[in-house]
Design a protein around this ligand. Structure first.
Ligand code: HEC
Length: 228
């Protein structure tokens, strides 16, 4: 004969599991919501616009729109003039997500080295906008993907930069690619601020923005290096 407590036990177990699942789902949500999700301008750009324009907020919006047309958003990034295959977009979005979860609290969502943890860290998390990567490209050139991946696998022993070997090579290739995308984005941001300060409101037309991108695409020697 079946014991009458059996269904009750199953019911309690089921309720328990539902609560566990709901709890972890909620925790997942709140972690994700605590992460910033929209790219903003870097501190140097903001300062230059505050000093050089009548309406810095409007200037920021115009520059952010131009940047978005080239690089997409922090959660759905793309390369300027890159192909828009759905598969490629998915890979870039996944890399951006890993960067947000693993790196942005130190390096900042935009790579300016100013994430929330950065205030507690010495030496400071690297500012990708500097355009130089002394560890992965000691000759001052642009870092190459394999060198960045090796750096991420090993971390930097003399600093709080952790190693990320646990993420595996394919994921690290994606994250390294995202670092390069952030590097380009910060460089183009500096040029857009220059152009806005020269031309004023409404000057960042699609043609102008494309022109800026062409000078950037001309080669590493054309990369701006703010703050150096
Ligand atoms: C706990 C903070 C912290 C986290 C998390 C972190 N970093 Fe770093 N990172 C640092 C610090 C600090 C340095 C600079 C050390 C120095 O100045 O020598 C650094 C340096 C770097 C550099 C510059 C290396 C060079 O070539 O000179 C890169 C690139 C980098 N980190 C990428 C990443 C990526 C990608 C992630 C996430 C997968 C990440 N970091 C996570 C703190 C962090």
């Amino acid at each position: 004969m079946k014991s009458p407590v059996q269904p009750l036990r199953i019911g309690i177990l089921a309720l328990g599991w539902t609560l566990v699942c709901l709890g972890s789902w909620l925790a997942g949500c709140s972690i994700d919501e605590a992460l910033p999700s929209a790219w903003v301008l870097g501190p140097t750009s903001k300062e230059r616009l505050a000093q050089g324009t009548q309406d810095p907020k409007a200037a920021e919006q115009e520059i952010l729109r131009a940047l978005e047309s080239l690089f997409g958003t922090a959660t759905a990034p793309h390369w300027p003039l890159g192909d828009s295959q759905p598969e490629g977009a998915k890979v870039l979005a996944q890399a951006a997500q890993t960067y947000r979860e693993e790196c942005s609290h130190c390096h900042g969502l935009e790579g300016y080295g100013n994430g929330p943890s950065s205030q507690f860290i010495q030496p400071k998390p690297w500012n990708f906008a500097l355009g130089v990567f002394p560890r992965s490209a000691p000759d001052g050139s642009e870092p190459k993907l394999p060198a960045l991946v090796t750096l991420l696998e090993n971390g930097i022993a003399s600093s709080s930069m952790p190693h990320f070997a646990r993420l595996g090579k394919p994921v690290l290739m994606g994250v390294a690619g995202h670092v390069l995308l952030l590097l380009k984005r910060t460089q183009v941001e500096t040029k857009l601020v220059d152009a806005y300060l020269q031309g004023g409101p409404g000057s960042l037309t699609p043609e102008r923005v494309e022109g800026i991108l062409e000078t950037w695409s001309a080669g590493p020697q054309s990369l701006a290096q703010p703050g150096r």
